[in-house]
Write a protein that binds this ligand. Sequence first.
Ligand SMILES: Nc1ncnc2c1ncn2[C@@H]1O[C@H](COP(=O)(O)OP(=O)(O)OP(=O)(O)O)[C@@H](O)[C@H]1O
Ligand SMILES: [Mg+2]
Length: 263
Amino acid sequence: MARKIVVTSGKGGVGKTSVLASLGICLAAKGKNVLMIDGDVGLNNLDVVMGMESRVVFDMADAIDGKCHINQALLQEEGSSLYLLPSAHAYSSERITSASFRELIGRIENMFDFILIDCPAGIDGGFHRAVSCCDEALLVTTPHIPAIRDGDKVLAILRSYKLNSINLIVNRIRGDFVVSGKMMSGGEISNVLRCPLIGTVPEDDAVTVYSQLGRIGMNRSASRDAIDMIAGNIVDNTYRLYDVTKGHRGLIGKLKRLMTSRI
Ligand SMILES: Nc1ncnc2c1ncn2[C@@H]1O[C@H](COP(=O)(O)OP(=O)(O)OP(=O)(O)O)[C@@H](O)[C@H]1O
Ligand SMILES: [Mg+2]
């Protein structure tokens, strides 16, 4: 039976889809069978950042409506144990109920070690549909106050679901800002939210570039290394953290900060 993990956030645009895609790639690279489900129904993003959008023939709604077998809707990443179930493109989100979503997942969960569900931002129906199918949650936030505040609201709701675990990922951290005290660290945000910190991911231009090329997480980069550590933590049930301040401490770090402050 798969471990079913929802990737969620309060505020939109904090990096759920980016983190989930790279996490899927890293888990599959560890030999796990992984299914990523785009739970943001009506808005397809996951197939785009994975570069799979042109391969979509059937989607989640087709499988629910019985227009295809569920296996026909799954897209496999070439040479990998990673699969994607695309979101229903031309379908209003309300038409997919929690019950039909759960039933769909029930049909395939024995085929996978992990099912990662990309959740729409906020706390509307799509959020409840995704969370109600899962037994673990990853809350993604950035180190910015509006995202942390909205994350706190989502946490309160997640806790009411009695999940097996809720862990925090802080994305887009600027190590130089953390060292100079201009940005909260992952640990500080974890304390404020009273949520265990399972990952810290640096701000990384590679995410922006490769997501537009449909190759997110496939190339070595700082964020990919950080997410690989999160994948290891999920598999091993550990809490090892990527050091986002690496290269920003000590004399050289100070000099680099001085130089960039002049630009
Ligand atoms: N670590 C990072 N470094 C730099 N840019 C990032 C990072 N993570 C995400 N981004 C960028 O942030 C933007 C939003 O990311 P993404 O679409 O993954 O967020 P989301 O939470 O899924 O958004 P939505 O709530 O709209 O679904 C994208 O342009 C992405 O490239
Ligand atoms: Mg998204």
